[in-house]
Ligand binder design. Structure first.
Ligand SMILES: *Cc1c(COP(=O)(O)O)cnc(C)c1O
Length: 378
């Protein structure tokens, strides 16, 4: 089978990934860039995207889980990698032996990494994460003194080296949000305390994609970019990908599976939430919520088929949905584009996010495991 004749497939343009990394490096010229490739590179394929990002000058890779970081090493990727979402009993020793930087937000994690380093007979690379206001992962300011003291002691005994001090924004995608300067101040304070106590980080970092694009004072030594690497806008308020100098890397395409005429008054798909007004042609698109097409976009999601952008008619089902061609012509086997690049006249992941009342991050990340990824410019 020809892959591009598949039922549905995600085309990933690795040249777009490279171009986005270069564009982001120009936005933060004095900082290194970490390409965040968690969640299989937001659905784009972690190994292929990590390689492309490194080729374009991303000197760090970032993942949420240690398993994701270890998978990068297993695929032969070298260079600094940070992972930040740990639970007790995690693969600390494997991570230490693979030279992966591990994030530490609390004393329990420092204890586990010290033990792993002793068992491995190595010095673990750890980065201390500060909660400067996000209220999610990271160490609270009130607990920072104890964590820094314990980390400095572990550093003296040789089990760990503190390679980074870092934090994460809550509202960087809302320019002007009052929490942003407050978090920057808290970060500078917590960083200054750690440095006073003897921590000499290689990298200090807090900026995600929206902060990289809008907030130069947040760039420090390293910017951590995820969504922007994939050419998706972090938020509609920040502009379209083209306005941000980015190119969408993923296009979700399907082959029209059936075209048929139906009479007026014909209900379409489960629940008959769409009823034809006149005799019309329906095109069956063989992709559904099992493939990551959001059911919440029923009756609203846009699809380029028959030469125009049409709207999903009725419910998105598990494996398929229907488009009313409304006078346009399409044939079985024609290409239908659910999202791609607005510069090519295609609907976008941002459009689907709006239709499904969610964010574009979720649209690309949830493209299902059943959907083959087809790489361009690998
Ligand atoms: C996901 C994530 C990022 C990347 O965020 P984007 O908005 O996609 O750039 C950066 N840092 C942390 C801690 C994350 O979890």
């Amino acid at each position: 089978m020809n892959e591009t004749a598949a039922r549905v497939y995600a085309e990933i343009d690795l040249d777009a990934v490279r171009a986005n990394v270069r564009a982001l490096r120009e936005r933060a010229p004095r900082s290194a860039l970490m390409a965040v490739v968690k969640a299989d590179a937001y659905g784009h394929g972690a190994v292929a995207c990590a390689k492309a990002a490194q080729e374009a000058g991303a000197s760090w890779l970032g993942t949420a889980t240690p398993e994701e970081a270890l998978a990068l090493r297993a695929a032969g990727l070298e260079g600094p990698v940070l992972c930040w979402l740990w639970t007790p009993g995690g693969p600390w020793r494997e991570a230490v032996e693979a030279g992966i930087d591990v994030s530490v937000s609390a004393l329990w994690a420092l204890e586990e990494v010290r033990e792993a380093a002793r068992a491995a007979g190595m010095t673990a690379r750890i980065q201390l994460k500060a909660d400067t206001g996000l209220g999610r992962n990271g160490c609270q300011p009130a607990d920072w003194e104890a964590l820094v003291t314990a980390a400095v002691a572990a550093q003296s005994e040789g089990t760990v080296r503190v390679t980074g001090v870092w934090s994460h924004f809550a509202c960087a995608d809302e320019p002007g949000h009052p929490s942003v300067p407050l978090q920057l101040t808290a970060f500078r304070d917590m960083l200054a305390y750690a440095e006073k106590e003897g921590v000499e980080p290689e990298v200090r970092h807090i900026a995600n994609s929206p902060a990289t694009l809008t907030l130069p004072e947040s760039h420090f030594d390293l910017v951590r970019c995820g969504i922007a690497v994939y050419g998706v806008s972090p938020a509609p308020e920040l502009g379209t990908p083209a306005q941000l100098g980015l190119r969408p890397a993923m296009a979700l395409k399907a082959s029209v599976a059936l075209v048929k005429s139906v009479p007026p008054g014909h209900g379409v798909s489960y629940g008959h939430h769409y009823v034809t007004e006149r005799e019309t042609s329906l095109a069956l698109i063989p992709a559904g919520y099992a493939d990551g097409v959001p059911r919440h976009a029923s009756g609203r999601g846009p699809v380029l088929v028959g030469g125009r952008i049409h709207t999903v008619a009725g419910r998105v089902a598990m494996d398929q949905f229907v488009v009313d061609l409304d006078g346009d012509e399409a044939r079985v086997g024609d290409e239908a584009v659910l999202f791609g690049d607005a510069e090519r006249g295609e609907p976008t992941a941002e459009d689907w996010a709006q239709a499904a009342h969610t964010i574009a991050y979720e649209i690309v990340t949830r493209i299902g495991g059943r959907v083959p990824r087809v790489y361009l410019n690998g």
